[in-house]
Design a protein. Structure first.
Length: 70
């Protein structure tokens, strides 16, 4: 994964945690991936796996799924 996508992934994870606006972030990620199709698979897969982790593990602290991005 290239550095730029990794930084964007961490930024989206922080937004997800801070505002917990999952649907809005999903739409933003889809729009970003459409504009930057070359990064579609890498960025899209990581973000949506994080969203799934957040939904499944919503009783855990957010630090657990955030380690996914490190």
């Amino acid at each position: 994964m290239d550095g730029e996508s990794c930084i964007m992934g961490r930024a989206y994870a922080k937004i997800l945690y801070k505002y917990n606006e999952i649907k809005k972030i999903e739409i933003a990620v889809i729009a970003l991936c459409i504009r930057q199709f070359s990064a579609f698979l890498l960025l899209n897969a990581r973000i949506f796996m994080y969203i799934i982790l957040l939904r499944v593990c919503n009783t855990l602290t957010v630090h657990t799924p955030l380690y996914f991005f490190q």
